[in-house]
Structure formats: structure tokens, C-alpha cells
Design a protein around this ligand. Structure first.
Ligand SMILES: CC(C)=CCC/C(C)=C/CC/C(C)=C/C=C/C(C)=C/C=C/C=C(C)/C=C/C=C(C)/C=C/C=C(C)/C=C/CC(C)(C)O
Ligand SMILES: C[S@@+](CC[C@H](N)C(=O)[O-])C[C@H]1O[C@@H](n2cnc3c(N)ncnc32)[C@H](O)[C@@H]1O
Length: 391
């Protein structure tokens, strides 16, 4: 299995007993004894005079234009995202999935004034979601992919909650506001959903829809050939196990989640055992040789994750494996999806945090796990996997 550089480093350290994971620049705990020098290229970029010279010099101007374009995309990201949301809310991609339409007919269907719709459609074309051909607006492959990825549209439709929380990013980062997103996933945390089963079902559905693609990537990264029983802790309504069962029909399965979540889980296989419980208060059942935690750790603070990992460790037989799958930060190699989107998202949720591979490795080792490895992610914006063995 291909391993990335972080995992190569991780593996090497894992083999040296008691070795401390190095601190990551920019992360808490990393010690800098004196200020460093501003780099040569950054000094160039700090000079307005050099901007002009570069812009007028062939070849060098490619750099300024490329950097300018990249910077503009950063500046305009929110507007791109809101144009997408408007396209989603007016159901333009769905309408165009049935047939291509001229602008006036599309204006009739959406109820938007033609001149305003024209602006939105042109924005959609710039985002490559739609295109204008032979007098008609039609769906582009990217727009088709967007409405086909399970859960993606619903995720975009809930972004206004996140964006309201981020409207004043300074207050948000100072911790001066109470983020709305903290209350958005009540089923994840329990109390509200326990009173309202319908709520658990709705949110579990959004989570399950968005999990299909996460489950598929996880299963491509993890080798379950020799596994006998897979237990998915915090497995929601069982999407991951259902996908695992398709690939490994002889695998026994245990789904562990809160009772009100399992109440709406479909018992899809005679090999499936439902194990209701809370990993905060109850022990984790024994009997599985592989235990997965898919999109679970980043929902919780360290003081919940540490004992959880210890319980998972104790529930496994010697040589048993833990599989952690979720958005994992890039650490020394920052990744925009995980280090911006998921890091801010989980901060707005106010309960957990997006961790980097070194942090997860440290926590796994503290719980007693050994041989921590990280297969190279297929799509870090979907998920990354870290595996370890019970020591
Ligand atoms: C043949 C050629 C070369 C070209 C022809 C053109 C053509 C046919 C192109 C189409 C190609 C195609 C099939 C494209 C498929 C594209 C796919 C699969 C794209 C997938 C994109 C997935 C995305 C953008 C996923 C985004 C996920 C998000 C935003 C997830 C958010 C999750 C959250 C907030 C989870 C929260 C959980 C919590 C609460 C923190 O626990
Ligand atoms: C973000 S969801 C992930 C669900 C599923 N693994 C997925 O990726 O779609 C987190 C899951 O952890 C479960 N969970 C939260 N707190 C829990 C607890 N104390 N004990 C057991 N499960 C819990 C939630 O009910 C939810 O199903």
C-alpha cells in the first residue's frame, strides 16, 4: 500500500519505542527561540516596486499573474460559494439535468428576472457548472457531478449556518460569539435528539448520504481481507458497515452508536449486531478484531477522545486494529480542505477539532497502540485514514 511522507515519518517514529513525535511548526507546543528571517521570495513580494518590474518582465510576469489570480480566488471565495448556493436554491442544476433551456424559459421556471438570472447563469458558467450553447443553457459535467455526489447539495444548503458563524471571523476566533453550528448536529451530541426521534432520523440521513463517498474511500485504503468482525463505533445508521459488507460478505459486523440513533438504523444483514451505548459512559463491546471510527474523533475534544481510544484499545484482541477515518489536517504540508474548511467547521461546532496526523498518532500511542500508519489519501477533502495495532 502506498504511504505518504507523513506516514513514512510516522512509521519510522513508531518503530522507536518511546520516541516523541516532533512538534509541528505553526502548531501549539512548537518552540521557536528567536524570530526568523523573512525569506528571499517573500521580501521580493513585499516590494511594490518589484511587483511592477516583475509584471513588465516576460516570464517573470507569469509568476505575478498566477499569484495574483490565486490571491483573487482567495479574496473572492465567499462570493463563489454564495453563487453556488443561489444556483442550488433555484434548483438550476436539477432543471438543466432534465433538459437544456433558453434564458426566458429558465426565468419562468425559477421566477427570477431575466437580467438577474443572466448574471447568475454567467457566474455558473464561470464556475463550470453550466454552459451556454446554441442559444440554450445546459448542464456541464461539473454541475452534473455536483448533484450526483450523495449529500453534497444538502451540505451546501446548510452552509448559511456556518457562514453566519464566520460573518465576524475576528469575534469567532476570539471566542466572543456562540456559534449556531454548535446546535446544528444535535443528534451527534445526544440530548435534543433523544427527545425527538424524527430529528435523529433527519440528521442521520444527511450524515449517511454524505458518508457513502467517505466509506468508499476508507474501504479502498484499508485492507479487511483477513478481518473477522468489524465494529464501527459512532457508525450512525450503518452506511460504512453496509459498504464493507458488500466488499467482504463473510465479515461479521457490529454497529455501536447511541440508542436513539440505532433505533432508526436498518438491520440490513443477519451478520450485523446492533450495540447501543455511549462511548463516553459505557464500555465498548469486545469481539471485533477491527474497530473503525469514521468521522467521530473530530467531533470531540481531547478529554473525550483520549479515554475513547483507550476503550477501543482495551476492546481489541492483541494484534487487533483501529481504523480512524476523517478529515485530517496536513500538518507540515497544509491542505486547504482540512486546514481551512474542516478546521473552521469543527471549531464552529465548538466541541471537537480537526487534528493533524502527528496529533492523532500521539493520542493513539498514548492509548497503547503501536505501528501507526497513514496510507496516502485518495482525496483528503473526502477523508484520510490512520491505522494502528493494539500493542
Ligand atoms: C472523460 C473526461 C476526461 C472528461 C469528461 C467530462 C466529465 C464526464 C466529467 C465528470 C467526471 C466525474 C464523474 C466527476 C466526479 C466528480 C466527483 C466524484 C466529485 C466529488 C466531489 C466531492 C466533494 C466536493 C465533497 C465535499 C464534501 C463536503 C463539503 C463535506 C462536508 C462534510 C461535513 C461538513 C461533515 C460534517 C460532519 C461533522 C458534523 C463534523 O461530524
Ligand atoms: C459525525 S457522525 C459520524 C457517523 C458515521 N460514522 C459517518 O461517518 O457518517 C458521529 C457519530 O457519532 C455518534 N456518537 C456521538 N456521541 C456518541 C457517544 N457518546 N457514543 C456513541 N456514539 C456517539 C453519533 O450518534 C454519530 O452517529
Amino acid at each position: 500500500m502506498a504511504k505518504d511522507e507523513v506516514s513514512a515519518a510516522t512509521e519510522k517514529q513508531a518503530s522507536a519505542p518511546g520516541a516523541q513525535a516532533p512538534s509541528v511548526p505553526g502548531q501549539p507546543g512548537h518552540k521557536v527561540t528567536e524570530p526568523g528571517r523573512v525569506s528571499f521570495f517573500t521580501r521580493i513580494a513585499l516590494s511594490p516596486r518589484l511587483h511592477e518590474i516583475f509584471e513588465r518582465t516576460p516570464l517573470f510576469n507569469r509568476v505575478t499573474r498566477r499569484e495574483g489570480r490565486a490571491l483573487f480566488d482567495v479574496v473572492a471565495g465567499f462570493v463563489h460559494s454564495q453563487a453556488l448556493l443561489a444556483i442550488v436554491e433555484f434548483r438550476i442544476l436539477h432543471i438543466l439535468a432534465e433538459a437544456s433551456w433558453p434564458l426566458p424559459a429558465l426565468a419562468d421556471r425559477t421566477g427570477l428576472a431575466e437580467n438577474r438570472l443572466a448574471v447568475l447563469m454567467q457566474a455558473g458558467a464561470a464556475l463550470k457548472l453550466v454552459k451556454f450553447r446554441r442559444g440554450m443553457w445546459e448542464l456541464a459535467p461539473r454541475g452534473a457531478a455536483f448533484i450526483t455526489v450523495p449529500g453534497l447539495e444538502a451540505m451546501v444548503r446548510h452552509h448559511p449556518v456556518l457562514y453566519r458563524d464566520l460573518a465576524d471571523p475576528v469575534a469567532f476566533l476570539k471566542g466572543d460569539i456562540e456559534p449556531e453550528l454548535a446546535g446544528f448536529w444535535p443528534y451527534v451530541f445526544g440530548p435534543l435528539a433523544q427527545e425527538d426521534a424524527g430529528l435523529a432520523e433527519r440528521y442521520s440521513q444527511l450524515m449517511a448520504d454524505s458518508q457513502r463517498i467517505v466509506a468508499d474511500d476508507t474501504l479502498r485504503l484499508v485492507d479487511l481481507k483477513n478481518a473477522k468482525r468489524l465494529m464501527d463505533v459512532g457508525g450512525g445508521t450503518g452506511t460504512f458497515l453496509r459498504q464493507a459488507a458488500k466488499l467482504h460478505p463473510n465479515l461479521d459486523l457490529t454497529l455501536f452508536d447511541l440508542p436513539h440513533v440505532l433505533a432508526v438504523a436498518e438491520p440490513f444483514s443477519p451478520r450485523l449486531t446492533l450495540a447501543p451505548g455511549s462511548f463516553r459512559d459505557d464500555p465498548i463491546p469486545t469481539g471485533a478484531d477491527v474497530i473503525s471510527l469514521v468521522r467521530v474523533l473530530y467531533d470531540h475534544p481531547d478529554n473525550v477522545v483520549e479515554p475513547l481510544l483507550k476503550k477501543v484499545h482495551d476492546a481489541l484482541p492483541p494484534g487487533g486494529r483501529i481504523v480512524v477515518s476523517e478529515a485530517i489536517g496536513g500538518g507540515a504540508k497544509p491542505d486547504p480542505a482540512c486546514d481551512i474548511y474542516f478546521a473552521f467547521y469543527t471549531m464552529a461546532m465548538s466541541s471537537g477539532r480537526t487534528r493533524n496526523p502527528e496529533e492523532i498518532k500521539k493520542m493513539l500511542e498514548a492509548a497503547g497502540f503501536v505501528k501507526v500508519t497513514k496510507p496516502r489519501s485518495l482525496r483528503p477533502f473526502i477523508t484520510s485514514v490512520i491505522e494502528a495495532e493494539r500493542g
